[in-house]
Design a protein. Structure first.
Length: 193
């Protein structure tokens, strides 16, 4: 999990260093970055599944750790979405339809200026979400490490007192930032955007 946090930090640094000059170069920069965010999302999902299927779920307080790791998955997907939007908003020079008006220099410069501003915003948002991912991994580790050395004294009673969380798809309360308190998140809360 610590390695996952470090990998999210490394990816954040790569995103922060992306050039916002519209065109083919930006597309080429985004290809490995998007692939890496998807790879990290997959690793995070596997960590979540491993924890969810383990005896850790009977440990008091384990729900907060599982929730924080779920939030990491969500934030990683939002970072991927920001980067995918950058691909869509990045103007590539190509020929227009036959008979269509050619793009003159003034129009191209205006288009590129709008794209540059949009790319800057998208890269900043993606970097923020990757920072949320690293923080969530660190939070999860801090929740697991002290407890992992203690075995619960009455597993049956502990499991009954702390039932496993239920998926509540459909609830959406945007605007809450998981950096404030992962343990206070409610089902449907989204990482700040």
């Amino acid at each position: 999990m610590r390695r996952l946090s470090a990998d999210f930090e490394t990816l954040k640094a790569k995103v922060t260093a992306l050039k916002t000059e519209p065109g083919s170069e930006t597309l080429q920069q985004l290809i490995p970055v998007i692939a890496q965010v998807h790879e990290l999302t997959g690793r995070t999902l596997q960590q979540l599944a491993d924890l969810d299927g383990s005896q850790y779920t009977v440990v008091p307080g384990s729900r907060a750790s599982l929730k924080s790791l779920s939030t990491v998955v969500e934030a990683a997907c939002l970072a991927a979405l920001d980067l995918a939007e950058a691909v869509a908003d990045n103007p590539l020079d190509a020929a227009s339809f036959t008979g269509g008006p050619p793009l003159d220099d003034a129009a191209r410069q205006a288009r590129d200026a709008r794209a540059r501003a949009r790319l800057t915003d998208l890269f900043a948002d993606a970097a923020h979400q990757l920072d949320v991912c690293a923080t969530g991994c660190d939070y999860t580790v801090s929740g697991i490490t002290p407890r992992s050395h203690k075995a619960p004294t009455a597993p049956a009673a502990t499991a009954a007192a702390h039932p496993r969380p239920v998926n509540s798809a459909g609830e959406d309360r945007p605007g809450r930032c998981p950096l404030l308190a992962f343990s206070e998140r409610q089902p449907g809360d989204r990482p700040c955007r």
